[in-house]
Design a protein around this ligand. Structure first.
Ligand code: MG
Ligand code: MG
Length: 253
């Protein structure tokens, strides 16, 4: 069941979204060669708690971190660890959720660590670009298939692939609500979008094969061919016009 939010709920989601977006700025500002993903996670958690919010991911299905932090060929769900030290040339995906008075934000970015390859920078740009292609169709009257088709078309035309095993989602009082929002699909198909639906739209884009597998830790999703993967996610409110990006507090990253 897709839950349309009322104005009170949207206000709380706006606040949760802002905290989530600002937590990613905290991550961006501490990411550098030599820092562990556990330290990045600790900074994120401290920030969210200072905002009177809770990290949505902490304990979610038993997840041990406040953020998912995934390096290079890791796609999503990387577990923060003191043994994972970022190094020059890595790309790191930070995926964060904050819950404020019962409502959630969810957002992800892919950050370069120091100087990275042109290939890596291009993958990050294609992934962000595919999110903005989705925004052209994330409006009342379009359908979920229009959103997915826009992402997929853009990614494939840029020589990359979209992850199909994991998808975006509705969001609100629950971190994951209906509908699923795949990064692929057929235009004109799927659930229709209405004003005040809230969605987490999140292209996951691979440089090589779309195929992924889960590591032995039971969480970390990696590309099957070991090539790079990037992620870009915002929580948005559907309107009759352009969507409102709740988690985007600084468009320059
Ligand atoms: Mg997320
Ligand atoms: Mg999400």
């Amino acid at each position: 069941m897709i839950i349309i939010k009322n104005s009170e709920q949207l206000k709380l989601m706006q606040k949760a979204g802002r905290i989530t977006g600002e937590a990613l700025l905290v991550a961006r500002d501490v990411i550098r060669p030599g820092i562990s993903t556990k330290e990045v996670d600790a900074k994120i958690r401290a920030f969210i708690e200072r905002c009177d919010a809770h990290p949505s991911f902490l304990g979610y299905n038993g997840f041990p971190g406040s953020a998912c932090i995934s390096i290079n060929d890791e796609v999503i769900h990387g577990i923060p660890s003191e043994r994972r030290i970022l190094k020059e040339g890595d790309i790191v995906k930070v995926d964060v959720g904050a819950r404020y008075r019962g409502y959630n934000g969810d957002s992800a970015r892919t950050f370069p660590v120091g100087k990275v390859s042109d290939e890596a920078l291009r993958l990050i740009e294609v992934t962000k670009g595919s999110f903005y292609e989705a925004m052209k169709f994330a409006k009342a009257g379009y359908r979920i298939g229009d959103v997915g088709s826009a992402v997929e078309g853009f990614v494939i035309s840029n020589g990359c692939s979209v992850v199909r095993n994991y998808v975006g989602h509705g969001i609100g009082a629950a971190l994951h609500e209906d509908p699923e929002v795949p990064n692929f699909g057929r235009a004109g198909r799927g659930a229709r979008l209405y004003p005040n639906m809230t969605l987490a739209i999140e292209p996951m884009v691979n440089a090589g094969t779309e195929e992924v597998r889960v590591l032995q830790d039971g969480w970390t999703v990696v590309t099957l061919d070991g090539k790079l993967s990037a992620h870009y996610e915002n929580t948005v409110i559907i309107t009759d016009g352009d969507p409102i990006l709740l988690t985007d507090v600084d468009n320059d990253y």
